[in-house]
Design a protein around this ligand. Structure first.
Ligand SMILES: NC(=O)C1=CN([C@@H]2O[C@H](COP(=O)(O)OP(=O)(O)OC[C@H]3O[C@@H](n4cnc5c(N)ncnc54)[C@H](OP(=O)(O)O)[C@@H]3O)[C@@H](O)[C@H]2O)C=CC1
Ligand SMILES: O=C(O)C1=N[C@H](C(=O)O)C[C@H](O)C1
Length: 256
């Protein structure tokens, strides 16, 4: 039976992944990667390692909720030992994104900046509204808990990419990441992606389309982090059935 490995096992989401996988009869836990110590008991037979190579040798699919440097190491090691990868970490550099692309030429890789079904659908809606309501100004706001280290969120950037795509634009050409002082009037194409941080907000994303006399806001709120852990486990079960290497999305997994 296929077994799963976790990168980021001591983290907020990693901990929930362990809770779910120790009970999972379809995709049991094979190994977890740790930097230091894992301060919880695991069923006997589950390997705890600080070596990415050993992790890959002891599982058939990896779920990664960690940090960009950890995902980089995972991809580098996976290129030597191809294994399906479900990657959920955010905040990558361009080099790290390219490395994930390289890895996807050798093994199935599913990358999603958000593992929820709601955001999977929201991306499509955002592209459609952006294309349809051409004269509306687009602004994106994301809200997360006080511990989040990357900004803006990976999800907000993904939503921005879909919004830009609806207008035939590249987000990198039109993104505004702050406004302060005498900045002048808003330009037609710009898309601001702004971040709020506080408390224990699991994740909230609002994509607004604003015009004279009316505005439309599409909003998604994650109320439990289990949305992400369960979404990633669903993705891992789907990914191990994919025979061809490639970069898959959560929408491929959900068939939407
Ligand atoms: N795609 C999605 O649906 C979601 C994505 N995320 C993303 O997942 C990531 C993790 O989120 P969260 O669980 O909240 O974060 P945490 O900070 O709670 O956990 C991070 C984990 O990564 C580990 N880690 C950090 N640096 C390294 C490294 N260099 N090598 C190996 N392991 C490392 C940490 O280990 P240690 O404890 O030893 O530091 C810890 O286990 C973030 O990028 C976040 O944005 C989060 C939620 C949903
Ligand atoms: O760090 C988090 O918590 C989250 N990160 C992801 C992101 O950056 O988009 C997904 C989710 O919003 C929670």
């Amino acid at each position: 039976m296929a077994k799963v490995g976790i990168v980021g096992s001591t983290g907020r989401v990693g901990n929930l992944l362990i809770n779910a996988l120790v009970e999972d009869t379809e995709l049991p836990l094979g190994a977890v990667h740790v930097c230091g110590e894992l301060k919880r008991e695991l069923p006997s037979g589950v390997l705890v390692t600080n070596s990415m190579q050993t992790l890959l040798e002891n599982c058939d699919v990896v779920i990664d909720f960690s940090a960009p440097e950890a995902t980089q190491e995972l991809c580098e090691e996976a290129l030597k030992n191809p294994t399906p990868l479900v990657i959920a970490t955010t905040g990558f550099t361009e080099h790290q994104q390219n490395l994930m692309l390289e890895a996807s030429k050798e093994m199935p890789v599913l990358y999603a900046s958000n593992m929820s079904a709601g955001i999977a659908l929201l991306k499509q809606l955002v592209e459609q509204v952006s294309r349809t309501l051409k004269d509306f100004d687009i602004e994106i706001v994301e809200q997360h808990h006080r511990h989040k280290v990357d900004s803006p969120s990976g999800t907000a950037l993904t939503l921005g990419e879909f919004a830009a795509k609806g207008r035939g634009l590249e987000l990198s050409d039109v993104r505004v990441s702050g406004r302060d002082g005498q900045i002048g009037a808003r330009s037609k194409d710009e898309i601001a992606v702004m971040a709020l941080r506080g408390g224990d907000i699991v994740g909230r994303h609002t994509v607004g389309f604003y015009n004279d006399g009316e505005f439309l806001e599409l909003n998604h709120t994650a109320t439990s982090r289990e949305t992400f852990s369960k979404g990633a486990i669903r993705a891992a079960k789907w990914l191990i059935a994919q025979e061809k290497p490639g970069l898959y999305s959560i929408n491929d997994c959900l068939g939407i």
